[in-house]
Write a protein that binds this ligand. Structure first.
Ligand code: CO8
Length: 258
């Protein structure tokens, strides 16, 4: 598939996907989301890839779903024909780690897409918000669900109801992003983190991602049981033998292809 709205690149074991509709601040339309789904599926299935970085431009990760595209949609367009709402869930089916590298605006659907990444590294110019109420809609890709789970009810209600935008420092303080770096360092920081992850045993990284995501879907007891099964199954992987024996032999482990 040729991409019109994405730029993709592979550096070592890391795949970099860049949202690329600069004139519209990376507003997310159906074509871009179709392409994103395709790229994510391919990289997830590629055994040579251990981690994926999703980013935008220096000015915008994504300023939301494409308002120009959806302004005249009807209920039938969105419900029956799935306009604008299709293909948003692909990123949730990716089993390998996905880092979101956010510079500039991550608003509305852009903030929701960012929250579907496994963790976020933000540039110091990043701005996050859920301003959907100002254009007369609710969030539609998890904003009302993931935001309160991530930053708590009070902060989430504040952002969702006032449409207030927060800066990178506040986003880090409330736990929406894991690190903030100077804008010019963003990609290097994200790619270095991704390379570190890609050098770990991919099968175990996938288990950890699976277990953490389970925490949001189940009770503590069930989640801990699930984790224990994964821990036990890790003893069936070559990564466990290599990792533990390398430690005992006082050498670096070789996880290539594991
Ligand atoms: N959709 C379409 N075009 C956009 C969008 C957008 N969300 N955001 C910006 N653009 C366009 C502008 O129209 C403008 O185009 P042009 O140059 O042709 O006029 C260009 O990008 C540059 O934007 P501005 O001139 O407005 O730039 P500013 O620096 O003045 O402002 C802002 C930047 C603050 C980001 C401003 O553009 C803005 O407020 N954008 C809209 C933000 C917004 O409301 N986002 C939420 C949209 S609704 C949504 O996301 C619902 C998600 C549901 C997902 C459901 C899936 C399942």
């Amino acid at each position: 598939m040729q991409y019109e709205d994405l730029i993709v690149d592979v550096q070592g074991k890391v795949a970099l996907i860049r949202l690329n509709r600069p004139k519209a601040l990376n507003a997310l339309n159906d074509r871009m989301m179709d392409e994103l789904g395709d790229a994510l599926r391919k990289f997830d299935a590629d055994p040579a890839i251990g981690c994926i970085v999703l980013t935008g431009s220096e000015r915008a990760f994504a300023a939301g779903a494409d308002i120009a595209a959806m302004a005249d949609y009807t209920y039938v367009d969105t419900y029956r024909d799935n306009y604008i709402t299709r293909n948003w869930e692909h990123i949730l089916r990716v089993r390998k780690p996905v880092i979101g590298a956010v510079a500039g605006y991550a608003l509305g659907g852009g903030c929701e897409l960012a929250m579907m990444c496994d963790f976020l590294i933000a540039a110091d110019n990043a701005k996050f918000g859920q301003p959907e109420i100002k254009v007369g809609v609710t969030p539609g890709a998890g904003g009302t669900q993931r935001l309160p789970r991530t930053i708590g009810k009070s902060k989430a209600m504040d952002l969702l109801l006032t449409a207030r935008t927060i800066d990178a420092a506040e986003a880090e303080r409330i736990g929406l992003v894991s690190r903030v770096v100077p804008a010019e360092m963003l990609l290097e920081e994200a790619m270095t983190a991704a390379a570190t992850i890609a050098d770990m045993p991919t099968s175990v990284a996938m288990m950890i991602k699976d277990a953490v995501n389970r925490a949001f879907e189940t009770t503590l007891t069930e989640g801990v049981n699930y984790e224990r099964r994964l821990f036990q199954s890790a003893f069936g992987t070559p990564a466990q033998k290599e990792g533990m024996h390398a430690f005992l032999e006082k050498r670096l482990p070789k996880f290539d292809g594991l």
